[in-house]
Design a protein around this ligand. Structure first.
Ligand SMILES: Cc1ncc(C[n+]2csc(CCOP(=O)(O)OP(=O)(O)O)c2C)c(N)n1
Ligand SMILES: [Mg+2]
Length: 691
């Protein structure tokens, strides 16, 4: 969506003139400097990956010394170009480059992989240091870039702020990322949507961890990306002039994402201990060059092996010049942005809030739920309100919008299409992991609240992304419907059993800020669903999982105080004083407990019912509160449509849990409820047998 041919050409021409100042000699020297630093970091750490980093040095040097536009003084400026690294093992390349632009000190480079060092084994999200994403699990990083590119297009359309129109998302992928299945989803989506603001450099060095690439693939990667609608440029990835030309062409592209396939030399410049070439060798993938090989390599690259941690003077000058250029570029960018802000003060104020990550203001009280509705329908009711009230929200679905009920959102907007991002819905196609990573990318970009839906059983397909969202503390909302065996007729493939226990493990794990790494909510009825969504939107510091039912659920007893859901677990209205037994569940099993409680009371038992939408949240409350809900020494019975272990943390080892012990079965859900014992009579029988 470049606005103006003439302006765009003029801009590129100017850039080319500036770029001529950097001659090949200094550019190669800078790339060698990166190679030297990367090899030395790994050598000193006695661990890490030098080979790929040495091969990619030329690209990253051209990118940062001539193309990437950002404000060195204001690293989180919302309109900055972003660089997403996919192969996290190339951390030494990124850290070395970031040392050239002043984000890391030489001393920090020397501390690679050590306790407390910012130069961690694989890069960890740290925008102020110039790291836009945590990387390590191959394949995910470049998909965050796809999401970020979508976010930039969306924000350009929503706000009209010209900086989003100019923003370019760069990403770097290696053979491993290209081979990962997720690249299929990313390639399809980016091509389909025509993300011309996305430029991906493929470090095609023909070498991977344990073999040469030719031992596992003969695919024509260029043809593959062409087929997805990408612009494909093939170059020598160690030639600064070819890299510059390719990046210039890619920036001028108006309709398609670009992949620059750079043939790179693994371990470029590396020498063995006998001084023969150590290039193109798998062994340099993940181990220090070692002893004399390291020394010979450094001498070959023009460094002093006794004093390798140095930035050469001409390289310092190259980057000082770039810093100066960036000042000019930023002055223009700020002027354009300020002119827009002046003309659009309301939008500008909103945009600030969006990028500050503030929880959106929603009129929750106005959301009216239908009694006894399925919680997926209740979620649709909320989503419909959010589509109208949360202007910066994007909702996605992996081809299930009419089942996972994200269509509540879709009905109020329209889907992104090639060349038009005025809508707010992302039809991801059947690609759950891609969808999750795109949403993470939108969140990493900032300014966007991202949510995505699919069946709960397919959360399995998203787990690697959920883990990364939790680690990076990005507040993506995962919407999972069809939460239990009550999916029914579709049978065991579609019936989640162990999934809730799996996902709740993330609630039990802390992130590096010391908080629960995820919030997982499974509301008990339609009204509690509104509360769950409120908690999800107010959770701006970690991902949230929302688990909803396919089938209708009877409303909790009259007078229930749903606002207590924010405690994670609470006493449902109508519970008895001084109970003989406490019944605990989440989701639709709570209403089954209510049915069982009626029978137990007829026998004169005093019963308390606890709805526990989130065990993690409950365990974060004061000990006093926890004790007031499930007190020590009490008899506790739990019912779950998941594995019994799902409720173990709440029920404890002295209580009793009735859950699913096996995969589910194919039959109408009411039949399954009866056959499997998910009814009031069985609650009665199970509880009676405890006394
Ligand atoms: C999902 C995932 N699987 C496996 C790995 C382990 N691993 C790290 S790098 C790599 C392959 C390296 O090949 P390439 O991407 O070409 O990097 P290069 O060897 O060229 O540096 C593997 C299998 C990983 N990091 N992530
Ligand atoms: Mg490789």
């Amino acid at each position: 969506m470049k606005k103006n041919h003439y302006l765009c050409g003029y801009f590129d021409y100017q850039q080319l003139i500036l770029r001529k100042m950097n001659d090949r000699k200094v550019m190669n020297h800078a790339a060698d400097n990166i190679r030297i630093l990367a090899a030395s970091m790994v050598e000193k750490a006695k661990s890490g990956h030098p080979g790929g980093a040495m091969g990619g040095a030329d690209f990253i040097n051209v990118l940062y010394s001539e193309f990437l536009e950002y404000d060195p003084e204001n690293p989180s400026w919302e309109g900055r170009d972003r660089f997403f690294l996919d192969p996290g093992h190339m951390a030494p390349m990124l850290y070395s480059e970031l040392a050239l632009i002043g984000k890391f000190t030489i001393d920090e480079l020397k501390e690679l992989r050590q306790w407390g060092s910012p130069t961690t084994g694989h890069p960890e999200l740290n925008v102020s240091r110039g790291i836009e994403n945590t990387s390590g699990p191959l394949g995910q990083g470049h998909v965050y870039a796809v999401g970020a590119a979508m976010a930039a297009k969306f924000l350009a359309a929503r706000t009209g702020n010209p900086v989003f129109e100019k923003e370019t998302i760069y990403t770097y992928i290696s053979d491993g990322g290209i081979e990962e299945e997720i690249s299929q989803g990313a390639g399809r989506v980016a091509g389909f949507l025509g993300l011309n603001n996305l430029i991906m450099f493929y470090d095609s060095n023909d070498i991977q961890l344990s073999t040469e690439c030719k031992a596992v693939t003969t695919e024509d990667t260029a043809m593959k990306y062409k087929a997805w609608g990408w612009k494909v440029i093939e170059i020598n990835g160690n030639d600064c002039e070819q890299i510059r030309k390719a990046l210039t062409e890619a920036k001028a592209e108006e309709k398609r994402p670009t992949i620059i396939i750079g043939k790179c030399v693994m371990g470029k410049g590396a020498r063995k201990d006998d001084n023969s070439s150590y290039e193109r060798n798998c062994k340099t993938h993940g181990a220090p060059l070692g002893g004399d090989a390291y020394k010979n390599t450094l001498i070959n690259l023009g460094a002093d092996p006794e004093n390798p941690f140095v930035i050469f003077d001409d390289v310092k000058e190259l980057y000082a010049n770039r810093a100066h250029e960036l000042k000019g570029i930023m002055t223009k960018n700020y002027a354009e942005e300020n002119a827009w802000a002046k003309a659009n003060p309301e939008k500008a104020a909103k945009m600030k809030d969006w990028f500050a990550g503030k929880a959106p203001v929603v009129n929750w009280n106005a959301i009216i739920q239908k009694d006894g509705d399925a919680t997926r329908n209740a979620s649709a009711t909320v989503l419909s309100a959010l589509a109208e009230q949360v202007e910066n929200m994007v909702c996605a679905s992996a081809d299930l919008s009419n089942s996972d009920k994200t269509d509540g959102f879709l009905k109020k907007t329209h889907a992104f299409v090639n060349g038009d991002f005025s809508g707010a819905f992302f039809q991801a196609g059947v690609a759950e992991l891609t969808m999750a990573c795109c949403c993470i990318g939108m969140a990493l970009h900032g300014g966007v609240v991202a949510a995505c839906g699919t069946f709960f059983v397919f959360s399995d397909y998203m787990k690697p992304a959920i883990r990364m969202a939790a680690l990076m503390e990005v507040p993506v909302k995962f919407i999972w419907t069809h939460d239990a065996f009550r999916v029914g007729e579709d049978g065991p493939t579609h019936e989640p059993v162990e999934q809730e226990a799996q996902i709740r493990l993330m609630e039990k794990m802390k992130n590096h800020s010391g908080k629960n790494s995820m919030l997982v909510l499974r509301p008990a009825d339609a009204q509690e669903t509104t509360e769950a969504w409120k908690l999800a939107l107010e959770n701006t510091t970690s991902p949230t999982g929302l688990i909803f039912s396919r089938q209708n659920i009877a409303k909790l007893p009259a007078g229930n105080d749903y606002s207590q859901a924010d405690k994670g677990a609470y006493i449902v209205s109508g519970s008895d004083e001084n109970p003989d037994v406490i019944l605990v569940a989440s989701g639709s099993e709570v209403s089954t407990l209510v049915a069982g409680a009626e029978l137990l009371r007829k026998d004169g038992m005093k019963v308390r019912i606890v709805s526990a939408p989130s065990e993690g949240l409950f365990r974060s409350q004061s000990k006093e509160y926890q004790e007031s809900v499930i007190f020590s020494g009490s008899k506790v019975f739990g019912m779950t449509a998941g594995l019994p272990v799902t409720l173990l943390g709440l029920v404890g080892t002295n209580g009793k849990i009735f859950g699913m012990e096996s995969f589910g079965f194919s039959a109408p859900y009411k039949v399954l409820d009866e056959k499997l014992g998910f009814n009031g009579e069985n609650v009665y029988n199970q509880v009676k047998s405890m006394f």
